[in-house]
Design a protein around this ligand. Structure first.
Ligand SMILES: *[C@@H]1O[C@H](CO)[C@@H](O)[C@H](O)[C@H]1NC(C)=O
Ligand SMILES: *[C@@H]1O[C@H](CO)[C@@H](O)[C@H](O)[C@H]1NC(C)=O
Ligand SMILES: *[C@@H]1O[C@H](CO)[C@@H](O)[C@H](O)[C@H]1NC(C)=O
Ligand SMILES: *[C@@H]1O[C@H](CO)[C@@H](O)[C@H](O)[C@H]1NC(C)=O
Length: 349
């Protein structure tokens, strides 16, 4: 029995394709839309309309049932799935019998902030995952329990996160706020105390500049599809573990990027595609994937990749995209190959 319970999260993670390193979270939602009938007969104390797989009785599946409210949740349930319903409200006592709930998945419902009653989430003293993607939230939900690790509120209409909302969430690792209505001023300082935060997705919002106070623990940071035109000097200076950084579809120009902005030695992937760059921003030699397609780049300076050339000093760039710019293969300087020694894919025109 113990073994089974431990195996559940991993098993569900595989089926659901819930992987933190998944760079395109939208694709994930489609993969999650499987039928729960694969789990076989339901265990006896389950809510009658839902399915609690006999072999995984701590999980309750209530997806796609046209539910308008939270069904009865029997004691013992740790993983609760309520996706693709029409749930508009959550009553204060909805989870009174399952205060040790660990995962609560509410994607694709009609939840509004005013109809989530009381401190319904902070009473869940074991909660690790809270997903309320694709709902009708205009504000963040809360207060949240300190145990939370994964918070997903993508595809809502959230326009503000107050600076103390996430205070004390020491284990919060993964935050997805993609496709909301956030502006930089409205999230300033909101993430500052989050010592475990590794993944933050703020793409498809209304940022015109970068928020202040992001924690240096971040490994993946996504700002695609905003209106960011400049990056403050030394913004990424203390980001010693940042590996994936994305700014595609913004309004960055050369003047908006101070010289050493992207010379971050931990960076593996940098996406600056679909901006207004005329030259190639300097990057660290450790960078492996550099996306610059659809800008206005007209010259190729080797010094953007290598300050000095030598037997041990060369760029680790493997994939470089320069297509959709004003540069042709004949513009590439011959000494480039001494620097970009391991590049096996340079896309032009
Ligand atoms: C909690 O359990 C009690 C006793 O079984 C039951 O009467 C009540 O309806 C349950 N509450 C919810 C919200 O499911
Ligand atoms: C969301 O809220 C708006 C405005 O209150 C309403 O018009 C709309 O129908 C709601 N959408 C859903 C999916 O509940
Ligand atoms: C945070 O995670 C650590 C390590 O898993 C755990 O010992 C600690 O209790 C957690 N803190 C909270 C507030 O859940
Ligand atoms: C990046 O910064 C390091 C020092 O932190 C420096 O040695 C290196 O030359 C810089 N790289 C480029 C391409 O300017």
């Amino acid at each position: 029995m113990k073994v089974h319970q431990k195996a559940v999260p991993f098993f569900l993670a595989l089926i659901g394709g819930i992987v933190c390193q998944d760079y395109y979270p939208e694709m994930r939602y489609q993969e999650e839309d499987y039928s729960f009938s694969v789990y076989g007969p339901s265990s006896p104390n389950c809510a009658p309309e839902c399915n609690c797989p006999y072999n995984y009785p701590t999980a309750m599946y209530c997806d796609e049932l046209k539910l308008k409210s939270i069904p009865m949740v029997p004691p013992g349930i740790k993983y609760l799935y309520l996706r693709n319903n029409m749930i508009e409200s959550i009553e204060e006592k909805a989870f009174e019998n399952v205060t040790d709930l660990q995962w609560l998945i509410l994607d694709h419902n009609h939840l509004e902030n005013s109809k989530i009653k009381g401190k319904v989430f902070s009473k869940l003293k074991q909660l690790k995952k809270l997903h309320i993607n694709y709902n009708n939230l205009t504000e963040v939900v809360g207060p949240l329990p300190k145990t939370l690790q994964d918070l997903q509120l993508a595809h809502n209409k959230i326009s503000k996160i107050s600076s103390n909302y996430l205070d004390g969430l020491v284990n919060l690792t993964f935050v997805n706020l993609q496709r909301n209505q956030l502006k930089a001023e409205a999230i300033s300082g909101a993430f500052k105390g989050l010592k475990s935060l590794e993944y933050l997705d703020l793409s498809f919002n209304q940022l015109t500049k970068l928020p202040t106070g992001l924690p240096a623990s971040l490994m993946m940071l996504y700002f695609d599809n905003n209106k960011i035109s400049n990056i403050p000097d030394e913004y990424f200076k203390n980001f010693n573990v940042l590996q994936h950084l994305r700014f595609s579809h913004n309004e960055l120009s050369d003047a908006g990027i101070p010289g050493n902005t992207f010379n971050v030695s931990s960076l593996i992937e940098l996406d600056l595609s679909y901006n207004k760059l005329k030259s190639i921003p300097t990057v660290n030699e450790n960078l492996e994937n550099y996306y610059l397609e659809v800008n206005e780049i007209e010259k190729f300076a080797v010094s953007s990749f290598c300050k000095v050339l030598g037997p041990l000093s060369y760029s680790k760039v493997k994939h470089l995209r320069l297509d959709g710019n004003k540069i042709k293969r004949s513009n590439l300087p011959p000494e480039m190959y001494e620097c970009l020694r391991v590049a096996n894919d340079i896309a032009l025109e």
